[in-house]
Design a protein around this ligand. Structure first.
Ligand SMILES: Cc1ncc(C[n+]2csc(CCOP(=O)(O)OP(=O)(O)O)c2C)c(N)n1
Ligand code: SF4
Ligand SMILES: [Mg+2]
Length: 299
């Protein structure tokens, strides 16, 4: 480090820092092949660009594999309690505006036990940068369904398949009127780094969902979108002010028609691209409710 700056990235002169300045000496305890490694490398990679000295940065984490993130950054950090990272980080950010405060959370941590804290941090526009590692499973506790697991997914906690439709984290963030909302993929290093760097420079609260693979308990969590063979036809990289075009031959596109998202079809007509899927009938829930219970005869 060649010089010190004060400030939290909202001003001040960038200092010369390298990736190594953000790598802690702690042994990483994620499973070999976990998507979390790629996100950690991406974060350590862009951090020098922010020009904020490590001692002015704090990573607050919840519980889960994602929660181990704070040990591996050579910054200040706090491994909090389950779902409460937004509460801890809100207090810190509100009382220390000289710090750059980051939250790392998982789909279970943020969207089961911690949902209310996440929503209120976002709606208050607290200056914290939230990274949600979404692997659609509880990884640390060895493979139970999370709120982002697909409908019907069989896991240790749902042997007959989940009975709920998954939450879409971006929808929650937008509903809370978050002022910076984005999504990226663990292995798309360039896009991930660029997105996270932008979020790091954002003045209010920022929310970035990272599609992350858990190769042990939910391998291929996002393969329908991220696999090399399909991704060009199923992923659209949003670029400010540019047309929303995607596809191998860049021949597919999306446009807004009023408040609806539509994709021009091959005949030049319009078909609705995205429609809220019909909610599956909650037969499993209904069966549970109508089944025999102590003191009640079955209906
Ligand atoms: C109060 C409390 N309830 C439950 C647990 C058990 N627990 C630990 S991690 C976890 C879920 C983690 O899932 P996620 O946030 O998706 O993180 P991942 O491990 O997938 O990165 C749960 C339920 C706990 N530690 N504390
Ligand atoms: S259980 Fe899954 S999310 Fe957790 S470290 Fe292993 S691969 Fe990563
Ligand atoms: Mg998870």
């Amino acid at each position: 480090m060649s010089a010190l700056v004060t400030g939290n990235g909202n001003g001040g002169t960038p200092v010369e820092l390298t990736k190594a300045d953000f790598q802690s000496d702690q042994e990483t305890r994620w499973c070999p092949g976990c998507g979390d490694y790629a996100v950690l490398a991406a974060v350590q990679g862009f951090m020098p660009e922010l020009g904020i000295p490590p001692e002015k940065i704090v990573f607050v984490t919840g519980i889960g594999c994602a929660g181990r993130f704070s040990y591996y950054m050579d910054t200040y950090g706090m491994h909090g309690i389950h779902g409460r990272a937004p509460a801890l980080a809100t207090g810190l950010a509100a009382s220390r505006d000289d710090l750059s405060v980051w939250i790392v959370t998982g789909d279970g941590d943020a969207l089961s036990i911690g949902t209310n804290h996440l929503i209120h941090a976002l709606r208050r526009n607290v200056p914290v940068k939230i990274l949600l590692f979404n692997n659609r499973i509880y990884g640390l506790t060895k493979g139970q369904a999370s709120p982002t697991s697909e409908f019907g997914k069989k896991t240790k906690s749902t042997p007959a398949g989940t009975v709920d439709t998954p939450i879409m984290p971006l929808t929650i963030a937008l509903a809370a009127e978050a002022s910076f909302v984005a999504r990226s993929v663990d292995t798309h290093t360039e896009h991930l780094q660029g997105t996270l760097e932008r979020s790091g420079r954002h003045k209010g609260s920022s929310f970035v969902e990272v599609l992350q693979n858990c190769n042990i308990f939910n391998d291929g969590a996002w393969r329908d979108f991220t696999d090399r063979e399909v991704r060009e036809g199923r992923m659209l990289v949003l670029e400010h002010g540019k047309p929303m075009i995607f596809g191998k031959d860049r021949d597919k596109g999306i446009r807004l028609s009023g408040l609806r998202i539509r994709q021009p079809d091959g005949d030049g007509g319009l078909r609705q691209l995205w429609r809220r899927p019909r909610r599956p009938r909650h037969t499993a829930t209904r069966d549970l409710l109508s089944g025999p219970a102590p003191g009640r005869t079955s209906r």
